[in-house]
Design a binder for this molecule. Structure first.
Ligand code: SAM
Length: 336
């Protein structure tokens, strides 16, 4: 086993400077998959003309958006500005979606800063709904591990909004058996003994509903973990969305790529993906994650990191990680 973690790259400007030279995209660049399936753009996604060029008249069946909340391009913005900014990329999403299509939006909160944009986001969507997106559902994904302080309820939920344009497909059978029955109740006497619905039911599972309790949160011990990233969504959650709301060979778009989860899920499920990240480092990680998956079948870097080879060859980078984080990266045998 190799053990070569990376700290959160977004919080460390010096580390960003050391890594940037290993990134193939500069602002405004587009990476085209040599196999002709996917594209990765590196720019601010609200730049209409760059987005138009990236999309090159293709329309998507599905958009999966996971915007940063509280900080946009690493500068804090107030709630009102955040919602105005959301409106911009929501309208752009609409423009690049097919007439019958779906949009899912992950919307986080930062309780410690009293930042909870969900109601304002929903109201904004309502206000622009006429002739636009129709709201379909609000899904809650439950994390196993929470975060927070002793002075508040632990945060274990992630909200996922589901909107439609026109009348898109919804494949209800897509992930039928994933969600376990967990709630006891509906007591009834059977042979004189009190039984609950879990005992009586024939199946251990329920049809996929709008509370997801069966998905493993990403953390350092699972294969899909991408060291250096901080906001990775579970691959299975994105696969569930893609299976339910698109067909094979459809185009999926994601304006906030980060670790490239939507791209990997699209590759696995035979969809095409066009994705964007404003940051050249996350754009590079997105491309490398796909390349690694194609070479090894692995979905992340559980015990390593996307820049492992460069770090080994770069004395300055190695010294920085050691001095600043006590991370010692040395060559070890990698078993693929
Ligand atoms: C919450 S993360 C997305 C996580 C992703 N779903 C995953 O599973 O890895 C948000 C990403 O949006 C990027 N971003 C922030 N502002 C952006 C903008 N204006 N245009 C494009 N990308 C942006 C950030 O660099 C960050 O990588």
């Amino acid at each position: 086993m190799i053990n070569a973690p990376l700290p959160r790259i977004d919080l460390d400007e010096e580390l960003q400077e050391l890594l940037i030279k290993y990134c193939r995209l500069k602002h405004g660049d587009i990476w085209k998959d040599p196999l002709g399936k996917h594209k990765v753009g590196c720019f601010d996604v609200t730049d209409k003309s760059k987005l138009k060029k990236l999309m090159s008249n293709e329309k998507a069946s599905l958009a999966i958006q996971d915007p940063p909340y509280n900080f946009i391009a690493f500068g804090k913005k107030k709630l009102e500005k955040f919602i105005d900014w959301c409106k911009e990329w929501v309208n752009l999403t609409y423009d690049h979606l097919d007439e019958n299509s779906s949009m899912y939006v992950w919307l986080g909160a930062d309780q410690s800063s009293h930042f909870q944009p969900l109601p304002q986001f929903m109201a904004m969507m309502e206000a622009i709904a006429e002739g636009g997106f129709g709201s379909k559902n609000l899904i809650t994904m439950r994390n196993q591990r929470g975060y927070g302080t002793q002075r508040n309820w632990m945060s274990v939920r992630q909200e996922l909004l589901y909107y439609v344009k026109g009348n898109p497909i919804f494949n209800v059978e897509a992930d039928y058996t994933g969600i376990p029955k967990i709630l006891k109740g509906y007591y009834k006497k059977v042979d004189g003994r009190e039984t609950d619905n879990l005992e009586r039911g024939k199946s251990e599972f329920i049809r996929a509903g709008n509370v997801w309790v069966d998905l493993q949160q990403v953390f350092y011990r699972i294969e899909e973990n991408v060291n250096g990233c901080f906001a990775q969504k579970p691959l299975k959650s994105i696969q569930r969305i893609i299976r339910a709301s698109s067909n094979e060979n459809d185009l999926v778009i994601d304006f906030f790529s980060h670790s490239g989860t939507t791209l990997i899920a699209s590759e696995i499920l035979s969809r095409k993906c066009i994705t964007v990240d404003i940051d050249p480092i996350y754009s590079e990680i997105t491309i490398r994650r796909l390349e690694r998956f194609r070479e090894t079948g692995k979905t992340g870097w559980q015990n390593s990191n996307p820049f492992y080879e460069e770090i080994l060859a770069d004395k300055k980078l190695r010294k920085y990680l050691l001095d600043r984080y006590d991370i010692k990266i040395k060559r070890e045998k990698i078993k693929n």
